[in-house]
Design a protein. Sequence first.
Length: 436
Amino acid sequence: MIYKTADVFGVKSKLIASYVERSEVDNKFKDAITDGNEVIVYGSSKQGKTSLILKHLNESDYVKVECSPQTQTIDIYKSILRQMDITFQESEIMESTIEHGGKIAANFKVKIPLFVDSNIGGEVADKQSDKLSKKDVYIEYNLSLAQDISELLKKINFEKYIILENFHYLPQDVQEALAFDLRTFQDHHIIFIILGIWREANRLVQFNGDLLDRVTEIPVEPWSAEDFKKVIHNGASLLNVDFSDIEAQLIEDSFDSIGVVQEIAKLCCQVAGVYETARKTVKLNTVHLEKALKQKAEDYGVRHIRNFEAFVDITRKTSNQSGKPSLAFPYYFIKLLLSHKFDEIEKGLSRATLLEEIRKIHHRPEDVRSGDLGAFLHNISQHQISKKIQPPFVDYDRGGKILKVIDSSMYFFLKHCDREEILEDIPNPIQEIELE
């Protein structure tokens, strides 16, 4: 059988042929989707969350909602209903209080197909038949309430999974609201599978402690060197290529990212002229690997440098309404990222370390307070969303008080780029601030 290289290696929205099952991840997922708990699949970007779903669920098994920064809970619930071919009409509710005058749109008349005995109702077309006939009835529901949505889905015998893709893009208040709604859905045996880019456990339990023991969390990382080897061997056998001379170096340079391994493996094949299964075995060498590494570093560099520039851009010149000069935490964080020890960045930076290190390089170190830094860290996900940085490259774990890189290609980029040169090219907002 002939395989296209791009279908065997690389990062795609469909399942690639070199996928390998990991017992601690795949078996846990297969068990999780049958045990009645809500399911949370999390990890850094491009570490196999979507592939895990594609491997074990057919498209007919679920409905999927793509989350965005503008998505509200009711948008998610409406999308689910539309995908199930349920129609609804908006029913306006007038508020009576003067100070809250106006109207809100919370209730909807939902069209439900019901099967009834044709001899009972006068609205059925064939009154003489003893067969069950279908008729459409409108029932009023509040589509913003998990209870109403649960009742509605039960009426249509809903048995699919509900996948929420890119959960991390949702505003925090929406994430918190969904964390509470999940308890209701779980009580009604409606299973959500949530995919999110973060690296700490119990993210949703922090929002709603009642979810403890009601959700099953599945981290998709870490990947072991043996896992990477299996992926490479799987793909190599399908394309008739030999990675033996460069396999160890390819894995080492990918910094524990399956996404990077996949992309570098694909590029090595393409550099060697292999775009589909080769007729004769092609042995890949260090020249192919070096060209692939250089090309991927350039590809990642364009995106990451643009993200850094967007991250440090200060549109507001003051940090609060009192007019206090900005402390420019975004700029100093990027400066720290591009100058701090690489090994420590890999482990994650604690809030205490960030405070200490930023004070060392800040133009007004005496003004850098723990509270101000904490406010910046707590808002760091929303800051990236507002700057259209997708996927986000860093996340702050409030429970562990540690900041972690969550873009799996970032380590590869930082290791292969000239960090000092990039830092020199990053716009320094401090000069503009001091001039005003």
